[in-house]
Design a protein around this ligand. Structure first.
Ligand code: F6P
Length: 322
C-alpha cells in the first residue's frame, strides 16, 4: 500500500484531530503517503485535498474540532455524487481509506465500497456513543465531561432558588450522553429516546419529590418523545404549578473543547490501528475498543443503533436519585 486517503465526516467531535494525527504518523512510519480530503465526502467529490505529513499534524492532539473540516454531504447521497467520489479516489491513486465519523458516514462508506475496490476502515467519531462494536466513540468522553461541568454549575443556582431545571443534552437517536451524565450529576429524572416514557409517572414522581431536596434536575436527550426540554418544562409547569421551573439547552457546547486524556489515548489507539488494519487486509470494518482490546466490526453491524439502555444503570439512577 503506497497511498491512503482520510476524511472526517458527519458531526465533528473532540478527539478527531488526535485520530487524524495517529493515522498520518503511523502511515508515514510505514512509508505510506496520506491525502486528507476536506469536509468529508464533499471533499472527495470536489477533489479538495491536502497532502498530510508528520508536520501537518503537529500541535493538534489537544485541539477540538477537525483540521480536515467536516460535513453531512447531501451530494454523496446521490448516485452521481458517489460515482464522482469513487472516480476521484481512483484518479488520485488512493489504495485505502480511513473514515472518521458516525453511522451516516459508515453507511456512506458501504456505498463507496460498492464502486471502488479498495479497503476502507472506520474510526468511530461521534459524541453520541451509539455505534455497536466499541465501548467509547471518539468525542463521547469529552462531551459527557462538558455536560457534567455545565450541570454542576446549573445545580448551584437551582439549589439557591429551589428550582427544577430541565436540561437538554444532545442525542437525536441515542440517550447515552443523557444516561451517563445523569448518573454523574445525580439527576433526579431522565428522559431518553430509547425508552417509552410515561409522562404521568414522571409527573407523579415530581409531585412526590421530597421537600428536603431543594433542587431537581431532569436530564432530557434531544430525541426523547415529548419534543425536547422546552416542551417537558411546559408540561411540568402545567401539571405541577407549585414548582419554579427553568430550562437549559446545552447544544453545541457539547461538541467542542479540548479532548480529555482518555479521548486522546483512545483516538490515538484507533487511528494507529486503522492504518495497521488497512495493511493487514481489513476492509469495510470499524475499528473499536471493547474491554481495552482493539476490535473490528463490519460497517453493516456497527451502524445499527444501540437500541436498549442498560436496565441495571437505569434502575440504579432511580435508587440513587431518591
Ligand atoms: O451525531 C452527533 C450530534 O451531535 C447529535 O447528538 C446531534 O443530534 C446532532 O449531531 C446535531 O447535528 P448538527 O450539528 O448537524 O445540527
Amino acid at each position: 500500500m503506497k497511498k491512503i486517503g482520510i476524511i472526517t465526516s458527519g458531526g465533528d467531535s473532540p478527539g478527531m484531530n488526535a485520530c487524524i494525527r495517529a493515522v498520518v504518523r503511523t502511515a508515514v512510519h510505514q512509508n505510506i503517503e496520506v491525502l486528507g480530503f476536506y469536509k468529508g465526502y464533499e471533499g472527495i467529490i470536489d477533489n479538495n485535498s491536502v497532502k498530510l505529513d508528520t508536520t501537518s499534524v503537529s500541535g493538534i492532539i489537544q485541539r477540538g474540532g477537525t483540521i480536515l473540516k467536516t460535513a453531512r454531504s447531501q451530494r454523496f447521497m446521490t448516485e452521481e455524487g458517489i460515482n464522482k467520489a469513487a472516480n476521484n479516489l481512483k484518479q488520485n491513486g488512493i489504495e485505502g481509506m480511513v473514515i472518521i465519523g458516525g453511522d451516516g458516514s459508515f453507511k456512506g462508506a458501504i456505498e463507496l465500497s460498492k464502486r471502488i475496490n479498495i479497503p476502507i476502515v472506520g474510526c468511530a467519531g461521534t459524541i453520541d456513543n451509539d455505534l455497536i462494536g466499541t465501548d467509547f466513540t471518539i468525542g463521547y468522553d469529552t462531551a459527557i465531561n462538558t455536560v457534567v461541568e455545565a450541570v454542576d454549575k446549573i445545580r448551584d443556582t437551582a439549589e439557591s432558588h429551589d428550582r427544577i431545571f430541565v436540561i437538554e443534552v444532545m442525542g437525536r437517536d441515542a440517550g447515552l450522553i443523557a444516561l451517563r451524565s445523569a448518573i454523574a450529576c445525580g439527576a433526579e429524572a431522565l428522559l431518553v429516546p430509547e425508552m417509552k416514557n410515561d409522562i404521568n409517572t414522571l409527573m407523579t414522581k415530581i409531585k412526590n419529590w421530597r421537600s428536603s431536596k431543594s433542587s431537581k434536575i431532569v436530564i432530557v436527550a434531544e430525541g426523547e418523545e415529548f419534543g425536547g426540554a422546552y416542551k417537558v418544562g411546559d408540561l411540568i409547569r402545567k401539571t405541577c404549578p407549585e414548582f419554579d421551573v427553568r430550562v437549559t439547552v446545552l447544544g453545541h457546547i457539547q461538541r467542542g473543547g479540548n479532548p480529555t486524556c482518555m479521548e486522546r489515548v483512545n483516538a490515538s489507539l484507533v487511528g494507529y490501528n486503522a492504518v495497521l488494519a488497512l495493511m493487514n487486509g481489513h476492509k469495510n470494518e470499524m475499528i473499536g475498543i471493547v474491554n481495552k482490546k482493539i476490535t473490528y466490526t463490519p460497517f453493516e453491524k456497527a451502524v445499527k443503533h444501540i437500541e436498549k439502555l442498560d436496565d441495571g444503570l437505569l434502575n440504579m439512577i432511580e435508587i440513587l436519585s431518591s
